[in-house]
Design a protein. Structure first.
Lengths: 196, 91, 988
């Protein structure tokens, strides 16, 4: 029987600087899927998501979450759904629940997700994110699909503390980390290896 | 340059790809007819080059992947609006 | 060293903090708060450089970025930065600077003979001289000119420092922190507006630090400190010191922050400079004005200095520009210079004013100083430093006065370049004797001297009013606009550009050594438009961008051509307003980080297997895996091909684009995208497809699998993945939104490996055990299946690029690294080896499969032997245009195979086909070789090519003409499939 070890996107990356200006923690074991509404089924999908997950489906670039499942609006009729219950069957269950209302496509292995905090986070993000991230312009609940130093990234704000999460393509995790490490180096980047 | 993506909000122009004049309409090539070749020729190659307001296609490839119709003045680069190319694509 | 020219008292320098520096190797001391220029002046250094063309001795002319003369090489070694304006360099301990454009030394410069050869070096001399013979240009003229005429030297080493880029957002960007900018920032900031205040200098205040004005009863500089302190407490205000806004672009401004230029080297982890993109809803341009010079004989002598600069050196830096000073002015401003010099205890020998009548309150500013009204300075004398001037008085009498410095005030030019970057030209105002930006960009307003409002009271009023506007516009609470109490000063000015009758050279543009005679020559030779004038004479070019010279030059041109200045117009400013290091635009993106690199999940595994990697777009792909003893890439590749053809090989194909297409209408959609039909494809099957651009040419090819009735997997080539996605989304969103289709890239989700070779089935069976039945009956060629090994999802496709029995196996990318190793482990007894893109390419050429070399944007499906795939029973993108007469002409170059007539000969891609015995020429060109490889299977080189009327010419012998590399090779046209033409192996 084929039995393979999983390796996370940021598994081998270490910061070259010291200090805790920015603290990056990798989120591993998350189930991730792209959900795309079928034509003409937006209202029915919203109803089902409400009943099944207790989540008000966001219609813009925002996230809503309940019970470990988060729906992030990433495009018209398109969401990234993230579940942190370490349940490998989550995507299959999601597909079953949304049958006929939305297409569900597995993405759990394709992304590296970092949770970012720290006193220098804003000045670090400013060096790559060309979006206004000030609290008034980008309050908690906001989502942005954008490009950071030429690397495609989806970022969302959990809290004004600030706490951000950023998802990048697995293949670009090394390049992304180079940007993050260099941009945070003045105040230091700390990589917290504890999963969540 | 910043482009106001209807879904994502204002974004740097580098997130978008440009296609050009959005007023051209693709002929229905599934219906054979005498004018089809000529109409296709116009659709593929012929573009006006107006000095002034123009509706043009932009693709938000680094963002929400929407094809947009952006209103831009070719003389000033002023952008006065943007809409999803076909809002009927998602309903 | 003592600071002999440092005034005993006053100034904003910190006398308790001495700072050591060196100039041309000689040690000096200045104070914290000095610029290099002020410290040099305080030390009595007056000669600081040699001019561009004539190598004339030059001194410090200004106190800011308008400086045309005092350009130095700052720092040494790899950090050497040429053409740095001493007037903008903040003094730091250990600073070392060298003068430039002199040889062997600054005081004795052999090239100074150039000034006696000046008839040769007039305007347009590059175009007129050195014309013939042309071969001399590269070998003789250019090196000689470059050595003699030029500025500083580059280090020639790679830049050891790092640079950053960042983006900032605000409601109000205030450019310039002089009185107008500070007032605007204060008023808007107090009202809660999100403000960025950008200032080039290392202190805020602008002219407030350089003048003796008072605001609200306090000295201007003290008021500026107070304003700065208050702004620093406002969380909605960001003060950006040492930050120059250099360009105004559509919807944003570019700025450069000199993070560490005031230190010997950047601290660890700090960039040298940071490039800012500032997105502001509203901009206030409060950049002030730059004083103009007056053109007279010897007006470039060290010691001749702008009047406002003299006030700066005396009032801000407590540095004496001279001890016996004359003032030459065309307006009231010069009289304030005389007053301030006298107040500082310096001797003012005389004030020369071109005007005949002066207001009494202005006249009274200078007490008992000698005054010449209606008079001009005609000539200035002195080699390495000014010694005397000749004055021509109202009666036309010349009089010589001994002075060591001359203040020149020719009026003021509002610094409006940033207001004109988006295209509007400035317009001349006779009333202000200046060019004004009357049509700034919609989101920009001008304040203070930048708007031609010269007085301090006006500047403060402008700033306050515009700050209030911003407060109102962005919905913040209305506060009463504060009134700043200050005195108004007289600002009358009478334009005077050029003093005739000079005995020595009279310079219009000091940096480019453009004289009044050059302007006259340009006028005579017809280069009368300002843009022609600029290019012909180089007036206004280079690092100072003619801030002190442009207006004077075109005013002289106006005079010479009998036009007004308004009619003559001015050149248009383009970004950048100040020089910006290229490194700042690159930021982090240099060397290996020039662009992002994509690594497959099996990258580490491949590294461990000894892979050599190759760039494939952003991806790094394993090119081959050298084994011990293999000394040549061809050896490794040949072994890898033989392994696949005889046993089994494993190749990482994860980089191919993978697009999930879902929804009930995908079949219909794909029928319109591909030239062949997909709606009929059964679940569990794969089909090869070709898609065209709308103009009929081939866009991309690849396989698409139907995993479920409403779930399809399209694969694209590595290079075209993003382009195909964009195309599909256009077709769906714009052309056929009525189709119920969804799509998303899953390239990142799946790690995919080709397992190819006669033993590939055995390998996979070994790996997967009983989970999958891989027999030909259960899983034939072009089958696909999705299943689970435990909880692990696996996708298996029976497709082949090599032509062997082959599969592609995919798992979620987090298992990709482990799968690669598991495949090798499972195949150990079967003789498995990993293979790279090079072997992949050899085998596809052996099989006649087209790739990027053939799908090159100029080929249609039938050119590639794929014409029969073009369905006639349905419509698809590109169908109509692909039927254009020229595209269906049978004489078009079409795909053929080639083999050398001499089996030992090597073939090279790029060689052109010419009939034997015919001279090679564009007319006899019959096509070209697109791909070549050494075929280990056949034991000789093979090629694919596009040959006119190709398929009908099988058996014909041709020349493969390659004059650059291999010369001529005779080749024979053969069918493009070299190995297993019947496809028996892949169906085995």
């Amino acid at each position: 029987m084929l039995n393979l070890a999983s390796k996370s996107a940021f598994a081998t990356l270490r910061s070259a600087s010291s200090g805790k200006g920015v603290v990056a923690a990798q989120r591993v074991g998350m189930a991730v899927a792209t959900v795309m509404v079928r034509r003409g089924r937006a209202a029915a999908l919203a109803d089902t998501v409400r009943t099944q997950f207790g989540i008000e489906l966001p219609t813009g670039p925002h996230w809503t979450a309940a019970n470990g499942t988060m729906f992030l609006g990433v495009g018209p009729g398109k969401w990234l759904v993230i579940n942190d219950a370490q349940n490998s069957a989550f995507v299959q269950e999601l597909e079953d629940k949304l049958q006929g209302l939305a297409s569900v496509v597995e993405q759990s292995g394709g992304l590296g997700i970092l949770r970012l905090t720290g006193p220098a986070l804003h000045e670090t993000l400013e060096k790559g994110v060309q979006i206004d991230l000030a609290p008034a312009a980008f309050p908690p609940g906001s989502v942005a699909v954008t490009s950071i130093a030429h690397v495609g990234a989806t970022l969302w704000k959990l809290d004004d503390a600030p706490i951000f999460e950023i998802a990048v393509a697995r293949s670009l995790s090394t390049s992304f980390f180079h940007w993050l490490d260099a941009s945070a180096s003045a105040r230091g980047l700390s990589t917290d290896d504890r999963p969540d | 340059m910043r482009i106001p993506c209807p879904f994502c909000g204002p974004r740097d122009a580098a997130e978008f790809s440009y296609l050009g004049d959005a007023s051209v309409r693709r002929p229905d090539s599934s219906v054979p007819g005498d004018g089809l070749d000529a109409a296709m020729q116009v659709y593929v190659y012929i573009r006006d080059n107006p000095a002034g307001p123009l509706k043009e296609y932009w693709y938000h490839g680094a963002g929400c992947h929407s094809w947009l119709v952006v209103d831009r003045d070719t003389r000033t680069h002023e952008i006065t609006g943007a809409a999803e190319a076909h809002s009927g694509a998602v309903s | 060293m003592t600071q002999a020219q440092r005034l005993a008292a006053g100034g904003l320098v910190d006398r308790s903090t001495p700072v050591s520096f060196s100039f041309d190797g000689k040690p000096f001391t200045g104070f914290a708060g000095d610029t290099l220029a002020s410290a040099l002046l305080a030390n009595g250094v007056r000669l600081v450089g040699r001019s561009f063309k004539y190598h004339r001795p030059r001194g410090i002319f200004s106190a800011g970025p308008e400086e045309p003369n005092a350009l130095v090489e700052l720092r040494a070694g790899a950090r050497r930065e040429p053409n740095t304006k001493a007037t903008c360099v903040e003094l730091y301990d250990g600073l070392s600077a060298e003068s430039q454009n002199r040889w062997p030394s600054l005081a004795f410069d052999l090239h100074a003979v150039n000034q006696f050869a000046s008839p040769l070096l007039v305007a347009g001399f590059y175009y007129k001289t050195f014309m013939w013979p042309s071969a001399f240009w590269e070998r003789l003229y250019e090196p000689a000119i470059r050595r003699a005429a030029g500025l500083g030297r580059l280090s020639g080493e790679s830049d050891p420092d790092s640079y950053e880029k960042a983006t900032a957002f605000c409601d109000l960007l205030v450019i310039g922190a002089g009185p107008a900018g500070l007032a605007a920032a204060l008023v808007a900031g107090r009202a809660g507006v999100r403000v960025i205040l950008a200032e080039s200098d290392f202190v805020l205040g602008g002219r407030l630090n350089c003048e003796t004005h008072e605001i609200d009863g306090a000295p201007g500089s003290a008021w500026a400190r107070q304003a700065e302190d208050e702004l620093a407490t406002l969380p909605n205000v960001r003060i950006m010191r040492r930050t120059s806004v250099f360009g105004v672009y559509d919807g944003e401004c570019g700025a450069i922050e000199r993070v560490a230029d005031h230190m010997p080297a950047p601290p660890e982890h700090a960039p040298r400079q940071r490039l800012w993109k500032i997105v502001a809803r509203q901009t206030i341009l409060a950049t002030g004005a730059v004083e103009r010079s007056i053109v007279f004989g010897g007006n470039d002598r060290p010691g001749v200095m702008l009047g406002s600069a003299m006030r700066t050196y005396v009032n801000r830096f407590a540095a004496a520009p001279g001890r016996r000073i004359a003032v030459f002015t065309t307006g009231d401003d010069g009289w304030r210079t005389a007053r301030d010099l006298r107040t500082a205890g310096l001797s003012v020998e005389c004030v020369v004013d071109t005007r005949h009548t002066i207001a009494p309150d202005v006249l009274s500013l200078t007490g008992d100083t000698a005054v010449y009204l209606g008079s001009h300075v005609v000539d200035a004398f002195g080699g390495h430093g000014l010694r005397s001037i000749d004055i021509r008085d109202a009666g036309g009498i010349r009089k010589r006065v001994a002075v060591d410095a001359l203040a020149v005030s020719g009026g003021w030019n509002p610094d409006v370049a940033l207001a004109t970057h988006l295209g509007a030209s400035p317009t001349w105002s006779d009333a202000k004797a200046a060019f004004l930006a009357t049509e700034p960009p919609r989101s920009m307003a001008l304040a203070g001297a930048a708007a031609g409002h010269w007085t301090l009271a006006e500047a403060l009023h402008d700033g306050g009013t515009l700050g209030m506007d911003a407060a109102t516009r962005y919905g913040h609470p209305q506060l009463a606009q504060p009134r700043f109490r200050t005195s108004d000063e007289a600002t009358e000015v009478q334009a005077c550009w050029h003093v005739g009758g000079a005995r020595s050279k009279a310079f219009v543009d000091l940096q480019n050594d453009v004289t009044d005679r050059d302007i006259a020559l340009a006028a005579r030779e017809g280069f009368r438009s300002v843009e022609h004038l600029k290019r012909y004479t180089t007036l206004g070019m280079a690092t100072d961008q003619g801030r002190t010279s442009n207006v004077g030059g075109l005013a002289i041109m106006a005079e010479l051509t009998g036009r007004t200045i308004a009619e003559t117009g001015t050149t248009r400013a383009r970004p950048p307003h100040i020089p910006v290091a290229i490194g700042a635009f690159a930021g982090l993106h240099r060397d290996t980080h020039f662009k992002p690199t994509r690594l497959t999940s099996g990258h580490q595994w491949a590294t461990g297997q000894g892979a050599t990697f190759v760039d494939a777009g952003q991806w790094l792909r394993a090119q081959w895996f050298a084994r011990p003893g293999e000394t040549d890439w061809l050896q490794s590749v040949t072994r890898e091909v033989r392994t696949v053809r005889s046993a089994v090989g494993v190749c990482d194909v994860s980089t191919l684009g993978k697009i999930a297409l879902t929804g009930p209408d995908v079949g219909t959609f794909l029928d319109r995208i591909y030239i062949n039909t997909f709606s009929t494809l059964d679940v569990g099957k794969v089909r090869y497809g070709v898609m065209l651009r709308e103009d009929g040419f081939v866009m991309d090819d690849g396989t698409t699998a139907r995993l479920a009735p409403d779930h399809w997997m399209m694969s694209t080539t590595t290079a075209n993945a993003a382009k195909v996605m964009q195309h599909l989304e256009f077709c769906h969103q714009v052309l056929w939104p009525e189709l119920d289709v969804q799509m998303v890239s899953v390239t990142e989700q799946w790690a995919q490996y080709a397992v190819a070779g006669p033993r590939s089935r055995a390998l996979l069976q070994q790996l997967l055990g009983t989970v999958a039945d891989l027999s030909n009956e259960a899983f034939p060629y072009l089958a696909c299946r999705e299943f689970r090994c435990g909880s692990l999802p696996v996708r298996l496709y029976r497709i082949s690029f090599s032509g062997e029995l082959a599969y592609e196996i995919a798992v979620p990318a987090n298992y990709g690294d482990a799968l690669a190793q598991a495949l090798i482990d499972a195949g150990r007894d079967l003789g498995v080896a990993p293979y790279g893109t090079e072997a992949l390419s050899v085998m596809r050429i052996e099989k006649g499969h087209v790739a990027g070399n053939e799908i090159n944007g100029q080929t249609i499906a039938s050119d590639l032997g794929l014409g029969r795939m073009m369905s006639t029973r349905k419509d698809y993108v590109g169908r109509v245009m692909a039927a254009r007469p020229a595209l269906v002409d049978s004489k078009r170059p079409s795909l053929v195979g080639l083999k050398p007539v001499d089996p030992a000969a090597r073939l090279r891609a790029g060689a052109h086909f010419v009939a034997r015995g015919v001279p090679a020429s564009p007319e006899t060109d019959d096509g070209y070789m697109t791909s070549t490889a050494f075929s280990p299977t056949l034991g000789h080189w093979i090629g694919l090519g596009l040959l006119a009327d190709g398929p009908r010419r099988t058996g014909e012998r041709l020349r493969a003409y390659d004059p650059v590399r291999a010369g001529d090779v005779d080749v024979e046209v053969v069918p493009p499939v070299f190995v297993d033409p019947k496809g028996e192996r892949l169906r085995a």
